[in-house]
Structures are given as C-alpha cells and as structure tokens.
Design a protein around this ligand. Structure first.
Ligand SMILES: NC(=O)N[C@@H](CC(=O)O)C(=O)O
Ligand SMILES: [Zn+2]
Ligand SMILES: [Zn+2]
Length: 426
C-alpha cells in the first residue's frame, strides 16, 4: 500500500504560479507526481485540498539543547517544533553540555535523534575542545562518527591561527567550517547593537565590526586554505559587503541569514525589560536590515536558517541586560517570510522555498530538499490562505521566547512527512 497526496499545489519552475498535482508515495519515496486524477483504490489518501506541497524545509542552524540543557529543549521537543514549522532536516549546533567535541557525544545525539526525534537530525562537531578555542578536536574521528561540519557556534574562534589550522584540516577531509563571527574584544558586555536603541537607553552597544572583522579575516583564511567556509547568522552590512567581495574572487564562502535579521531592527525593540528581542548577533539598524535583504536577493547570502535558540521563561525574564541571547524560530520562520516578502510581492514563492530547501541541500551536499520522483518523501503541506496570529503557548518547542507574538501571518504548515511517514499534522 502506498499513499496518495491528492489536490496539492506545487510551484512550477520559472513561473510564479502553482499547479495542481497528485503525489504518490511508496516505500518512503516519491513514486509519481501527476496532474491526472489518480485511481487511489487500495491506498491511503491525504487530501491536500489546495494546500502548497513543498519539499520539507532544511535548517542548517539550530540548537536542540540536548545533552545538558533539557529544561530549555530536548531532541524530542525540538524536532516536534521543527516538524510543526515544516522542517524535515535540521543541523544542530554543538554548544550543549557537554559540548559535541567527542565521538561519544556525537553518538549520543544521533542515538537520541533516532529514538526520540521525528525529523532528520544532523549534528555539527566542535572546532575546539570544550569550545575554548585552545585545542582542535579530533576532526577525523568526529567526521567518522557522523558530523556534517565543524563549528564553535555560540562563541567566535578568537585566534586566527586556530581558525587557519581548523580550516586546513577541514579542507583536507572535504568538510565545511561554519563560523559564529564575533570578536570578543569589541563586544564586552553589550546586549544590543550599537544604534538608536542603545543610545536612547544609554546601553553599551555591540558594534557591527565585531562580526565583520571575523568575516573578513576568515575569508582570507578560507582563500589560503581552500576550505568551504560558511558564515553563520549574517546581520551586519559590512559582513554582506565582505562576503560579496569574497565570492567575486572565487573564494568558497557561503552564508546564511535568519528571519529576525530580515524583519526586525534595533528600533523595533519595545524596551529594556523584554529579552525576547535579545539574540546574538543582535538586531541591527534598518540600514543593515536592508543590506541583508539585498544580500539574500543577489545571492551573497545563500540560505535562510532559524538559529532556533530556546531558553526557559525564567531565563528570559531577566531583562535585556541579564538574559541569555537567543530566540526560537522553527514555528514562525516560513509564515513570517511568506507573509512579509512573498505576499507583499517582493519575492516569488519559488525564491523563498529554494532558500529553505534546495539551496541548503546543495551547499552541504544533502540528498533532500527537492520534490521530485525518486527522492525520499520529505515534504510539508502549507495553508497559504488562512490568517492566524503567532501564539507561543501553542508552540511544540519548550521555548516561548519570540519577539513575534501576535503577528498575524499566512502560510502555516498543516502536515509534515519524513521518508513517507507523517510525523506531524495539525
Ligand atoms: N543565537 C543566539 O542568540 N544564541 C545561541 C548561540 C548562537 O547561535 O550564537 C544559543 O545557543 O542560545
Ligand atoms: Zn552563533
Ligand atoms: Zn546558533
């Protein structure tokens, strides 16, 4: 017995419209996509009722918090939250407790994901032991154990020599280095960006250069070592400029941006009490927001990620200055971007979907992210027409820390399938 998903609508390449299609799924794979009304006799039938059928989203930057911070999130809750957001593959950052710097921790995460996760989980391994920036981890052993790249996300690699060594080693084994770009000497205690908000409230601001200095340094090191260098959560105009320049020189630099940096600036922060507006990198100025949008549009920035970073309510109640950095992202990413960029006519639906599906797959050499016959049936059904407000109490994530509460949006996922199996539905 197979499964028919009937009356779905799928994007047509190069055309800004959707076509009605029926998909047949058998043995976990997409076995047929057609426009003729099928004979569904003897098969399971899912009536998509005109909803968008998209390849499942791929998020190359998420925090699942396990092991060690299970009060913030677990692999079980994080993957459910991802599925509800339409994601079928997620790559998790190693800033857990212990950090993912040893084979046994990689195995622990993969084993937990297998048993308790409902979407595909790809772990990253640390660049440095304990993420202290002093000693490289055993890249070969971590690769063998199944990591998809090396990163110390959560902190910047402060030493240029350390980064160069990491890149040379990663390049020799054809693995990417993924960088959280932050020069600590320029940050020192800042909670928000330099800009209007910091000035108004007399706060120390985090300057754009703290990010861009690492971006510039690392692009030079990527050129010297030949590694695939991927920049995390680009937020500053200067970073976009440097990446654009690096790409023009043929250096293997790629980058990502988060929905919040495309949609919010420091001037939107309501006040110093609400830490749901605190994340790293911080919300920048309206000029930076325009620059990251332009960077995504011209291909300087390759993909969209959430940087899903759940924290507990108690932690986030400490105010802007004291609370930890980070906001949740899975369950609002697509509705936000679809509503604010596609429905407004600035982007095509195809443009947005590519940056959440096929582009990340292409960048990291993954076999998913495309809706076509023969591929594994990782997909999501999305209601493009019903409007609903963001309601954090409905989140499947343990984290409720979002600045988007109450935003009225379109484009809510209603069913998510991984390898032909429905893992979540409304
Ligand atoms: N982005 C954040 O604000 N926080 C992340 C760390 C990170 O992505 O650098 C976290 O782990 O909470
Ligand atoms: Zn980071
Ligand atoms: Zn992160």
């Amino acid at each position: 017995m197979g499964t028919w998903i009937i009356n779905g609508r799928v994007p047509v390449r190069g055309q800004n419209e959707l076509a009605t299609r029926h998909l047949f799924i058998e043995d976990g794979k997409i076995a047929a996509i057609g426009s003729d009304v099928p004979d569904t006799n003897g098969h399971e039938v899912i009536d998509a009722k005109g909803k968008l059928v998209s390849a499942g989203f791929i998020d190359m930057h998420v925090h699942l918090r396990e092991p060690g911070f299970e009060y913030k999130e677990t692999i079980a809750t994080g993957t459910r939250s991802a599925a509800r957001g339409g994601y079928t593959t997620i790559a998790c950052m190693p800033n857990t407790r212990p950090v993912i710097d040893k084979v046994e921790t990689v195995k622990y995460v993969l084993d937990k994901a297998e048993k308790e996760g409902i979407v595909r989980v790809l772990p990253y391994g640390c660049i440095s032991k304990n993420q202290l920036g002093r000693e490289l981890t055993d890249f070969a052993a971590l690769k063998e154990a199944g990591v998809v790249g090396f990163t110390d996300d959560g902190v910047g690699v402060q030493s240029a020599q350390m980064m160069k060594d990491a890149m040379a080693l990663a390049a020799s084994m054809n693995m990417p280095v993924i960088a959280h770009c932050e020069d600590n000497t320029l940050v020192e205690g800042g909670a928000v960006s330099e800009g209007e908000f910091a000035r108004k409230h007399g706060l120390k601001g985090i300057p754009n250069e703290s990010e861009a200095i690492h971006v510039g340094r690392d692009i030079l090191l990527a050129e010297a070592t030949g590694v695939h260098y991927h920049v995390c959560h680009v937020s500053a105009e200067q970073s976009v400029r440097l990446i654009r320049h690096g790409k023009q020189f043929g250096i293997k630099v790629t980058s990502e941006v988060c929905p919040h940096h495309l949609l919010l600036s420091d001037e939107d922060i309501p006040g110093v009490d609400d830490a749901n507006w605190k994340m790293n990198p911080p919300l920048r100025t309206p000029k930076d927001v325009e620059a990251v949008i332009a960077g995504l549009e011209d291909g300087t920035i390759d993909i969209i990620v959430t940087d899903h970073a759940p924290h507990s309510e108690e932690e986030k109640a400490r105010g802007l200055q004291m609370a930890p950095f980070g906001i949740v992202g899975f369950e609002t990413a697509f509705p936000l971007l679809y509503t604010k960029f596609v429905r407004t006519g600035r982007w095509t639906l195809e443009f947005l979907l590519d940056r959440m599906t096929s582009k990340p797959a292409e960048l990291f050499g993954l076999p998913w992210g495309v809706l076509e016959v023969g591929r594994e049936a990782d997909l999501t059904l999305i209601d493009l027409d019903a409007e609903k407000a963001v309601e954090p109490s409905e989140f499947l994530s343990k984290g409720r820390n979002t600045p988007f509460t109450g935003w009225k949006l379109y484009g809510w996922p209603s069913l998510t399938m991984v390898g032909g199996k429905t893992v979540w539905s409304e």
